[in-house]
Write a protein that binds this ligand. Structure first.
Ligand SMILES: *Cc1c(COP(=O)(O)O)cnc(C)c1O
Length: 463
């Protein structure tokens, strides 16, 4: 079977149901419903096998930062595959794409984050981080510093290490969780802030880190990991007081700070990294997704001078992946970053797309079912609520209304995801102002259709 064969959708769906196990999916019910099949894409627009032209408000899975269909990336992949399709970076060898990409990442990364350990994905990079921070403290003569503190409802991938760093109970429930990782509260003001001001709530959540360090002893803590903005957790933007307080605490107690920028890196927040947006000074930044705009699977840990120097001071680090720095993926990622620089895509987010979308996004708050509409760079969310004043939840089971809204979006050829009853977007960074107008028009229409359905089904009830 050629992959270019265009069988009727129903036949493809049958084959998919028979042979393809989807991630994070109820495969039994999907098999009955029939999967949606994407065929091609250009810019921010996806085409499915049924002829729908869909506005991708999620950039795939938060990753297609430069948009779909850039043939330069295809060309560079073909060229690299012909020249050197594969070689490893173990055993004292390297190759040109890995070298050039590491140097390019060091150029765009903030501060003294000048070293890159490559992985095949964000999950793998976070697994690297677990082992690296523990090895770092071993070498420094503090082998007791092993525990990593993370947050409830954080997402750091779905390998055993990544899933354990993440604070999502449904993930821990399937296969368990490795030891030596503990979780503190998330800075989710909308859901958990109660009567506090956002500022006080942000401080309170950050100080849970200090309390946990004091409880377990600083001599047992290796690192703290957090996403500058929680992505999969629902685009949770922390109050302004949160990150400065976290920064103060990690410095005071001498623990490493890992910023998981798998989503927020490479322009998403209007800077190259959200660590710049929030003035965070991490020792390690996790990257993947936008690193290659999703055109090839690649991730990595960007490491500061001091940690890299320590890691290089005491023999082998017994860790690595067959595809660490894979030449084709590295060449594609390098070209992706070059295009971002040449076309000033980060500046486009900061100066054009964000200001325009911010205004339009805020207008959605005029809808009776929309509570807060938040946007940082091109990463946004809206809370659906039956009572904005009290930030009330719906009485129906969590996520029911969000799911209904997502289905309306699909019907209106807009991809907007839901996390619980929070709708989220993260469109390609190249989105134009006209496309932003279309996105917010379809979003309003979908929310409004959902609202009418909620009312008609008697779901407009507060918990
Ligand atoms: C997607 C994601 C990961 C995992 O990356 P994969 O490439 O799916 O393994 C890790 N951290 C964050 C913040 C993510 O959004």
């Amino acid at each position: 079977m050629k992959i270019t064969n265009h069988m009727p959708t129903a036949e493809l769906q049958k084959l998919d149901a028979a042979h393809h196990m989807h991630p994070f999916t109820d495969n039994g019910s999907l098999a009955k419903k029939g999967v949606r099949i994407m065929k091609s894409a250009k810019g921010v627009w996806l085409n499915d096998t049924e002829g729908h032209k869909i506005l991708d408000g999620m950039a795939g899975l938060w990753c297609v930062n430069i948009g779909y269909g850039r043939s330069e990336l295809a060309d560079v992949a073909a060229q690299q595959m012909n020249e050197l399709a594969y070689y490893n970076t173990f055993f004292q060898t390297s190759h040109i794409p890995a070298i050039a990409l590491a140097a390019k990442i060091a150029e765009v990364a903030p501060g003294d984050l000048n070293h890159v350990f490559f992985a095949g994905s964000g999950s793998e990079a976070n697994d690297t981080n677990i082992r690296m921070v523990r090895r770092y403290w071993d070498i420094k003569g503090k082998p007791g510093k092993r525990i990593i503190i993370a947050r409830h409802n954080g997402y750091h991938g779905s390998t055993m290490g990544g899933g354990s760093l993440g604070g999502m109970k449904p993930i821990h429930a399937h296969g368990g969780k490795i030891d030596g990782i503990v979780h503190i509260g998330e800075p989710n003001y909308w859901e958990q802030g109660g009567d506090m001001t956002p500022e006080d709530f942000g401080l309170m959540r950050a100080r849970e880190l200090e309390a946990k360090i004091l409880e377990l002893g600083a001599d047992s803590i290796a690192a703290f990991i957090g996403e500058p903005i929680q992505g999969a957790g629902g685009v949770i933007v922390p109050p302004s007081t949160y990150w400065p307080e976290i920064q103060r605490i990690v410095e005071k107690y001498n623990i490493l700070l890992i910023a998981d920028e798998v989503i927020t890196g490479f322009g998403r927040t209007g800077n190259w990294f959200a660590s710049q947006t929030f003035d965070i000074k991490p020792h390690i930044i996790t990257v993947a997704k936008g690193l290659s705009s999703g055109y090839a699977p690649i991730g990595g840990s960007i490491v500061c001078d001091e940690v890299a120097a320590v890691m290089g001071s005491d023999g082998d680090f017994n860790h690595g992946y067959t595809y660490s720095g894979h030449p084709v993926a590295a060449a594609v990622a390098l070209k992706n970053i070059e295009i971002m620089q040449e076309e000033k895509i980060v500046e486009h987010v900061r100066d054009v797309a964000h200001p325009h979308l911010a205004k339009k996004w805020k207008e959605l708050e005029q809808h009776p079912m929309v509570g807060d509409a938040t946007l940082v760079g091109l990463m946004g969310s809206i809370a659906l609520t039956p009572n904005k004043a009290t930030r009330a939840k719906f009485k129906s089971e969590s996520g029911k209304v969000g799911y209904m809204c997502r289905e309306r979006c699909f019907a209106n050829d807009l991809i907007m995801r839901h996390v619980g009853n929070r709708m989220i977007i993260s469109p390609p960074l190249v989105i134009t102002t006209a496309e932003i107008d279309e996105l917010t028009k379809r979003a309003w229409q979908s929310i409004d259709e959902c609202y009418k359905q909620v009312k008609a089904e008697g779901l407009w009830e507060e918990a």
